[in-house]
Design a protein around this ligand. Structure first.
Ligand code: HPA
Length: 241
């Protein structure tokens, strides 16, 4: 296997995969459903982060099982997607942001594979520069505007944030907010995967938007951007050597 796509909210399927097969991968952390197939003659696997029916909330996702499954399948590259709220007026609903940093405000997750040994993982560059460059190149090929950098603040959820929290996160330098990058990106770094994440802005964060946030609004924007998102993923896979 070459590449795994981890689909966030809204991305539950990759019908573009050729010779598609569904498999389950078992590891010490759990069971993971993976749809495997080919794109441009590369072996690609797809994992729906929240399950096929979007039934697993952010705090309950089995991040370790998913990332261990990537390793087990022998893939080196992970292209992840996630719906986010924007704290940055320049990043508008519908825009794509290629994450380059994160800030962790989760509080109730398992963050590491290293429970029986002392290992400290460097996360100076949590998102893989090579894969980020490839995604930007793919975006250029498609004439798709992508914000090349963005700092993601990860909250525990499942509630959305208060306007006061959003003001605080903005002061800390966050551009976008979501609930799933931590520990996913951390675990990927622990085992040396080349991991990148395309964030899709579905709304302005609480207090920036004058309206109350709804999951329906988030899903509406996500569904509207899904065709472009899939094209971007496929072009990235095509360009990646
Ligand atoms: N906050 C947290 N997670 C999100 C948001 C948000 O505003 N939008 C989409 N996912």
């Amino acid at each position: 296997m070459d590449i795994i796509v981890i689909g966030g909210s809204g991305l539950y399927d990759m019908e573009e995969l050729m010779e598609k097969q569904e498999i389950t991968v078992e590891n010490e952390y759990g069971t993971v459903h993976v749809v495997i197939g080919k794109i441009d003659n590369k072996e690609v696997g797809f994992i729906a982060r929240h399950g096929k029916k979007h039934s697993v909330p952010p705090s309950m996702v089995n991040y370790r099982a998913n990332i261990k499954a990537v390793e087990g399948l022998g893939a080196r590259y992970v292209i992840a997607t996630s719906a986010v709220g924007s704290l940055n007026e320049k990043m508008k609903p519908g825009d794509f942001v290629l994450l380059d940093q994160f800030i962790d405000f989760t509080k109730n997750r398992i963050y590491t594979f290293f429970e029986d040994e002392v290992r400290h993982t460097d996360v100076t560059e949590p998102y893989c520069p090579k894969l980020r460059a490839t995604i930007l190149k793919a975006g250029e090929n498609l004439n798709l505007k992508i914000h090349p950098e963005g700092t993601y603040v990860c909250t525990e959820g499942p509630r959305y944030e208060t306007p006061a929290e959003i003001r605080a996160f903005k002061m800390l330098g966050a551009d976008v907010v979501g609930m799933t990058q931590v520990p996913e990106v951390v675990l990927a770094n622990e085992i040396g995967l080349c991991y990148a994440s395309i964030a899709i802005i579905t709304n302005y964060a609480a207090g920036i938007s004058k309206e109350k946030l709804t999951h329906e609004e988030v899903m509406d924007v996500m569904n509207r951007r899904l065709p472009e998102l899939k094209k971007l993923i496929i072009e990235t896979i095509r360009v990646l050597d």
